[in-house]
Design a protein around this ligand. Structure first.
Ligand SMILES: C[S@@+](CC[C@H](N)C(=O)[O-])C[C@H]1O[C@@H](n2cnc3c(N)ncnc32)[C@H](O)[C@@H]1O
Length: 407
């Protein structure tokens, strides 16, 4: 595109790329750090925005560390392994602070507090892609597969299983869910050598193929605090179990639930947040679109001997509309933990119009969180508290917990 040149990195973008100001153009380069002088080759340009590849580092940042993974410079999974862990946390605090200002026009008083997790092997679920005798993750911004030799952010045995599967030239995606070394494998397509797989890995307790259970147990299970959770193959579960305990503790502390309160846990998955809070309230009502997850939640209430929960399958906005606008029910607090896209304007308006006092919002996408918080604030809520939990070390992702209260 143009000849290679040296540039100074001035910032990090929301997705962890180094930012370069080049006249009236802005460039983004992976694996670089502010204040570094780097040689860049530009490979893509769209109007005044361009993307470059790092060729060489002329001046290193003292915040740079050796990446822990041999695939870091090509894999699309992690973006921040080259940055000291303490700096990764600062990056995430600054990112949330700035996105609240930019997207939500919300001025936080200071960078939000963050709960870090300076450890590896944390992922309890990964999706692999296999083709032509190789298996692994996609390269950054591409659909070509990296033949994975290691992945330090998940248990080592997952890679051994992936290597075993690729030997049989399986083609398609497969998911490995590993909770405390008990493993569920979910194949998108047919894998012909199930018997060999089971013989080789005795800790595989469940195998699904094309959405059907073909070996072992129906669920994988996990413990959060004193509660047990059964998880179906299609059900969402937080991917960093140790940090989930911290996340749910913060949620409970922010919410400060009272014995006479009825709380709705929207986008509830397997019921994990609602169930951990259930001993402290009168009633929990959970709403979730995935029917299997709701069946898990019903089962999870049962196995934990909890009798003050009700689980409803359906779209969160539709159900909340029915419960509040049509059936005229009243609730003391709402928990919502939607997917990356956030919730709907309609959902926010129904909650606001019914004057629900407390809204506890958990989100893995600061931009949609800031957008939705701005709407709550417009409707009379006050942002009372915010805290971050690093569920995804070495990636640019960050989980936020926000408490909004009616002013
Ligand atoms: C980020 S997960 C949160 C799950 C749960 N709160 C937890 O901590 O494990 C989001 C959940 O929202 C569900 N979901 C997605 N769209 C939905 C909708 N329109 N209405 C209700 N639930 C939905 C997903 O199936 C998923 O279980």
């Amino acid at each position: 595109m143009s000849e290679n040149r040296f540039y100074t990195i001035v910032d990090l973008s929301h997705d962890g790329k180094g930012v370069i100001k080049d006249g009236d153009e802005v460039g983004f380069v992976s694996n670089t750090i502010p204040d570094e002088t780097v040689l860049v080759s530009w490979y893509k340009k769209n109007k005044k925005i361009k993307f470059g590849k790092l060729i060489n580092i002329e001046k290193n940042s003292e915040k740079r560390v050796e990446p822990i993974c041999q695939h870091f410079f090509s894999c699309g999974g992690c973006q921040l392994q080259h940055l000291k862990y303490s700096e990764q946390l600062k990056f995430k605090q600054k990112k949330v602070f700035e996105v609240f200002k930019r997207v939500g026009k919300i001025d936080l008083i200071q960078y939000p507090e963050i709960v870090g997790f300076d450890d590896l092997n944390y992922r309890n679920k990964s999706t692999f892609f296999a083709q032509n005798g190789i298996a692994g993750f996609y390269k950054e911004e591409s659909h070509s597969i990296i033949d994975l030799k290691s992945c330090p952010i998940q248990p080592e045995i997952n890679i051994e299983i992936s290597n075993f599967i690729k030997k049989y030239r399986y083609s398609g995606s497969f998911v490995i869910r590993n909770h405390n070394n008990k493993i569920m494998v979910i194949f998108e397509n047919s894998f012909k050598n199930i018997d060999d797989l089971i013989k080789k890995f005795s800790n595989i307790i469940s195998i699904y193929q094309k959405n059907r259970l073909i070996y072992g147990e129906r669920y994988i299970s996990e413990k959060i605090k004193n509660f047990n959770f059964l998880i179906s193959p299609t059900s969402f579960f937080q991917i960093n179990t140790k940090q989930t305990e911290n996340l749910y503790q913060i949620a409970k502390d922010f919410l400060n639930p009272l014995k006479n309160e009825t709380i709705v846990d929207c986008y509830c998955g397997t019921g994990s947040i609602g169930i951990t809070i259930s001993p402290f309230v009168k009633k929990i009502i959970g709403i979730e679109l995935n029917k299997d997850s709701i069946l898990d939640a019903i089962e999870n209430s049962k196995i934990n001997s909890i009798d003050n929960t009700e689980w409803i399958v359906g779209d969160a906005t539709d159900i909340i509309q029915k419960e509040i606008t049509i059936e005229k029910k009243t609730f003391d607090a709402i928990i919502l933990d939607p997917p990356r896209a956030g919730t709907t304007k309609e959902f926010i308006n129904i909650i606001s119009n019914s004057k629900i006092k407390k809204v506890l919002y958990i989100s893995c996408d600061p931009a949609t969180l800031a957008r939705d918080c701005a709407l709550f604030i417009e409707n009379g809520y006050i942002l009372k508290n915010i805290k971050l939990v690093d569920m995804f070390p070495h990636t640019y992702h960050i989980e936020s917990v926000v408490l909004l209260e009616l002013g």
